[in-house]
Design a binder for this molecule. Structure first.
Ligand code: XMP
Length: 324
């Protein structure tokens, strides 16, 4: 696409002009936006960029490994992978209020990232002066038009909000003029694999907000498995790209079931799928009942700890896409 290749060259020139010979830090979230920003900036300034992936242990099945190998092997971009799952899950254990979960995750994220930045700053190559972010145009508009409510929290985490001010860093935001579909096109232009570029959005707080009630490692493992089976079914049915977001939620409710000649007393899994243009409004996805029945059967058969599956038929508004 000629427009995107022109844009790419233009952005590379702009990044070089802004940054000069200074160093840049980039916090990778595992999502498309920060990955595209990082690859673009790397193309512009090479080794002056250091990418940090704070792994909170709340990613989906296999996702952390995918991010690490995409950067290290596919792009040959050095990446600092901080496994902070013990810290995050330890602090979250027993916390059930959604906003408290978000605050804990946001605070720990900043702590861990800041500690990592200090290590990088003392490696003898000079302290980084810039922080790269994958802020998109809708994020820019939204942070202006919203004055309260949960979206402020959402954005403050999503854009690692407190970081630049606290660390006294200048921002590099090469995607500020782009919409999501344009970021995906730019990602393809930069050679990011299709499976990565086409990924559904994933919230910063990760699986913590898809596990209503208290979080435990065991519950997160159950949720991860159910989510992987559900998404596998969606991909096999050829529906992945039609759907804006699809995921499993593990409810803090146990129900009675029968399996073989035994009674079970296991968790309920809710399945969510929506279509949307920008995530601001959304319609629940009208699956074929056969699809849902097959997905439910597979989840119950393959995931120990779940014996009942329900489908969420709430659109946004009045629901939100995530359950928390
Ligand atoms: P809701 O649930 O508010 O979600 O309808 C709208 C979109 O935003 C994502 N989302 C988040 N993204 N940090 C993020 O980076 C968050 O705290 C957060 N909460 C929700 C959600 O997945 C959907 O795409």
């Amino acid at each position: 696409d000629w427009t995107m290749s022109a844009y790419r060259e233009q952005m590379i020139a702009k990044i070089r002009a802004q940054v000069g010979s200074k160093r840049v830090l980039c916090a990778l979230s595992g999502g498309v936006d920060s990955a595209v920003a990082a690859v673009l900036i790397h193309e512009a300034i090479g080794e002056q960029l250091t990418c940090v992936f704070v792994d909170h242990g709340l990613m989906r099945l296999g996702e952390s490994d995918q991010v690490v190998s995409l950067f290290r092997e596919h792009f040959n971009i050095p990446l600092v992978h901080v496994d902070a799952s013990d810290l995050f899950i330890g602090e979250l254990e027993g916390v059930s209020d959604p906003e408290t979960k978000r605050k804990i995750i946001g605070r720990l994220f900043i702590d861990v990232f800041e500690a990592e930045a200090k290590k990088i700053a003392s490696d003898g190559k000079g302290a980084p002066e810039f922080l790269a972010q994958g802020t998109l145009y809708p994020d820019v508009i939204e942070s202006v038009s919203f004055s309260g409510g949960p979206s402020v929290t959402i954005k403050s985490h999503h854009n690692v909000g407190g970081l630049p001010a606290r660390m006294n860093m200048k921002l590099v935001e090469p995607l500020r003029e782009l919409f999501k579909d344009e970021v995906r096109a730019l990602g393809r232009e930069l050679g990011l694999p299709d499976f990565f570029v086409g990924r559904h959005p994933f919230p910063g707080p990760g699986l913590a907000i898809r596990c209503p009630g208290g979080i435990t490692r065991e519950k997160l493992d159950i949720l991860r498995k159910a989510d992987a089976v559900y998404l596998d079914e969606i991909r096999k049915a050829g529906l992945y790209d039609t759907i804006w977001q699809a995921f499993a939620v593990l409810l803090p409710v146990q129900t009675v079931g029968v399996m073989g000649d035994g009674r079970t007393y296991d968790f309920v899994c809710a399945l969510r799928a929506v279509t949307s243009v920008d995530g601001m409004t959304a319609d629940f996805y009208h699956f074929d009942m056969t699809f849902l029945a097959d997905a439910a059967t597979r989840i119950i058969n393959e995931v120990k700890g779940i014996n009942r599956v329900v489908y969420d038929v709430t659109s946004k508004p009045p629901g939100t896409i995530e359950w928390e």
